[in-house]
Ligand binder design. Structure first.
Ligand code: FES
Length: 313
């Protein structure tokens, strides 16, 4: 589902990060939650996913913070080139990084621009009086574009800004060890930070670490690609997916209208239920327990271990 929206406010937060507020010109945005992201349609086929950092409770507007990556693939440069008043399509919101419940203490870790969903979670948890601690990790004070917004949560000592240039690299093991073993930990940030948290979590045998990536997982399956068949349950049509093809691409060519976003297995927009067959998960969205269920898959990148999959389409 997409919404026509206007960029109603663009606020420069730092040398390379700006906040973009999109106001719906259609019905109010639905399904807004901490951890959710939107697809921003930037023109010329560019669609990029950005986590919500703020929103209007009635859904009239949503806001994201975007870091300009000059060496990136062009999405963030296109976003930063937008001027207030620009009208564009917004997909979602959708959420694959939801808060699961917070009866126990919650530790929120945000690294760099990955702190945007962490800010939304922090604001929500603070408003409910939950026992929450927030650590915002950046390279320098100049990079800490969201520091004022975190400070506004009035968490006192439960909020800490850690700048590597000032305090040296953060000792992730020590940070995790300082959090009660039963407490939930939510983390979003650059891959090295994410890996450090996940590895420390394994060493400390912590079962409650929730994370979101904004790039493909480095350990994503790269087993050889084989051909397989896909059956569309509603029509009975069977398609062969050749090694160089994706299920999404083949079904789009056959004129199926399927929601999608990143086409890289990161956003979860193309998730489809699977009725039969064994999935070869190659996305960076699903957690291990979700993969083990073999119930749904990202059809932009994932494939089949069995010769055929039956999709609930
Ligand atoms: S389109 Fe983003 S995961 Fe498939």
């Amino acid at each position: 589902m997409s919404t026509t929206a206007r960029l109603s406010r663009k606020t420069i937060l730092s040398h390379d990060i700006a906040e973009f507020r999109f106001e719906s010109l259609d019905a109010p945005f639905q399904g807004i939650e901490p951890g959710a992201h939107i697809d921003v349609h930037l023109g010329d086929g560019l669609i990029r996913q950005y986590s919500l950092c703020d929103w209007d409770p009635a859904g009239k507007w949503v806001a994201v913070a975007i870091k300009r990556e000059d060496g990136g693939r062009g999405g963030s440069r296109a976003a930063h080139a937008l001027q207030e008043g620009a009208v564009l399509k917004i997909g979602g919101p959708r959420n694959h990084f939801a808060l699961k419940g917070h009866a126990t203490p919650v530790l929120l870790l945000g690294g760099g621009i990955g702190a945007t969903p962490i800010l939304a979670m922090g604001r929500h948890l603070a408003s409910t009086g939950a026992d929450v601690r927030v650590v915002y990790l950046t390279r320098s004070r100049a990079d800490a574009a969201l520091h004022d917004a975190f400070t506004a949560l009035a968490l006192g000592d439960a909020y800490r800004l850690h700048c590597d240039e000032v305090a040296g690299f953060c000792d992730i093991d020590e940070l995790l060890a300082s959090h009660p073993a039963e407490g939930d930990i939510y983390v979003c940030g650059p891959e090295p930070m994410l890996q450090a948290v996940l590895e420390a979590g394994k060493r400390q045998q912590r079962p409650h670490i929730h994370f979101e990536r904004f790039a493909a997982a480095p350990d994503r399956s790269d087993a050889p690609l084989g051909a397989f068949e896909v059956e569309v349950n509603s029509t009975g049509q069977v398609f062969t997916i050749a090694p160089e093809q994706s299920i999404l691409g083949v079904l789009q060519e056959a004129n199926f209208s399927i929601e999608f976003g990143c086409s890289e297995g990161i956003c979860g927009a193309c998730m489809v239920n699977v009725l039969e067959g064994e999935i070869d998960h190659r996305d960076s969205v699903l957690a291990d327990d979700e993969r083990d269920q073999n119930d749904y898959m990202c059809i932009c990148v994932s494939r089949a271990k069995s010769g055929k999959l039956k999709l609930d389409l």
